[in-house]
Design a protein around this ligand. Sequence first.
Ligand SMILES: Cc1cc2nc3c(=O)[nH]c(=O)nc-3n(C[C@H](O)[C@H](O)[C@H](O)COP(=O)(O)OP(=O)(O)OC[C@H]3O[C@@H](n4cnc5c(N)ncnc54)[C@H](O)[C@@H]3O)c2cc1C
Length: 378
Amino acid sequence: MDLSYTPEEEAFRTKVRSWLAANAPKESPRTLDAMRAWQRKMQEGGLLGAAWPKEYGGAGLSEMEQAILNEEMARARAPQAVNQMAIWWVGPAIMKYGTEEQKKRFIPKILNCEEIWATGYSEPSSGSDMAAAKTRAERDGDFYVVNGQKVWTTLAHISDWYFVLVRTSTEGPKWAGLTLLLMDLKSPGVQIKPIRQIDGGAEFNEVFMTDVRVPVANRLGAEGQGWEIVSSALVNERSGIAGGIRADHSLEWIIATAKERGKTADPAVRQKIADLATKASIMRCAGLRALTDQLHDRMNPHLSAAMKLMGTSLVQEFSETGISLLGPYGALMDDEHAPFNGRWAKQYLGDRSMTIAGGTSEVQRNIVAQRVLGMPRR
Ligand SMILES: Cc1cc2nc3c(=O)[nH]c(=O)nc-3n(C[C@H](O)[C@H](O)[C@H](O)COP(=O)(O)OP(=O)(O)OC[C@H]3O[C@@H](n4cnc5c(N)ncnc54)[C@H](O)[C@@H]3O)c2cc1C
């Protein structure tokens, strides 16, 4: 394995670093308009969809340059794009399975943030068992008529489009009757209800669909190809979740918290921090392995499952350590006495969701057990 960069790649890194130093906001944008503006600025600076062709609004750069961009974004603490989900997996799925018209229609507006996307797989009675989705799409001429309910749809309340898994057939195995539709969330018959979270936010939603008409031209891939499309999108989602974990920041924050509490001489604290740093390094090496697969055009669903499993547990370990360093003050969140503006309390609550989103840890363990370790399916 060669971990060095070419002179051209180093020059690209320097260019990106100075662009970020000049343009990245110091704090995450808070309003939707500000979030869109930051994403547009990133696109204008050539920092988005770097590996996608220029004809669709991408920057036309290499996978390696994309990886350098990601590293530099993390290093500069630059806020993520608001349309991150579309960039991580909806866009790549449209690029892989879409028609030319679909690519031209959707990709540029994903990148310039004119259209935000949400993902609809989970239903009240099917989350881990996604193949059991019941939302029905019946063909009516040049349209599908969709009826059903999705749940836990992240950002549906601010989204324009829906990457939604529907059932077009009940024949054969349950996964074979699934199809992927690109649904306009402003269509008549769509109702979105936000769900209040434990940390006070309301980022995900229930989505009810009653006789929603979706043009057949907005079907992604063939009828019955939904399972394949979603499985490949999930590999990107899980790699994205794992790759989006900025363990270096967490490590810095843990060290800052230990210093602020005067606990850096405590051997138990030192051991814990060393343990976290070791796990963060393992995650980084796994990320480089995933990048190598990507550079060789190899899809590695098993590595993405293992990385998602380990990365999300690590995130929780960081916030549990942060809270325990603060003692009883760790419980304070929206309070003037809350240390670090209640950051650890908020993070602790928010991080609970990480081992569930994108497929639970139990499901990732099943994948690792069966596909990596070759253990029998129960
Ligand atoms: C922050 C967040 C964002 C999300 N965003 C979206 C989104 O945008 N779109 C979307 O469609 N969904 C989204 N989800 C939903 C998420 O994909 C599901 O919650 C997840 O797949 C689990 O499904 P479930 O909640 O129905 O739990 P269930 O599938 O009912 O699982 C319940 C419990 O049983 C365990 N379990 C289930 N099956 C097995 C098995 N075979 N072996 C061992 N244990 C098992 C699970 O691990 C879990 O502990 C989001 C979830 C979170 C937390």
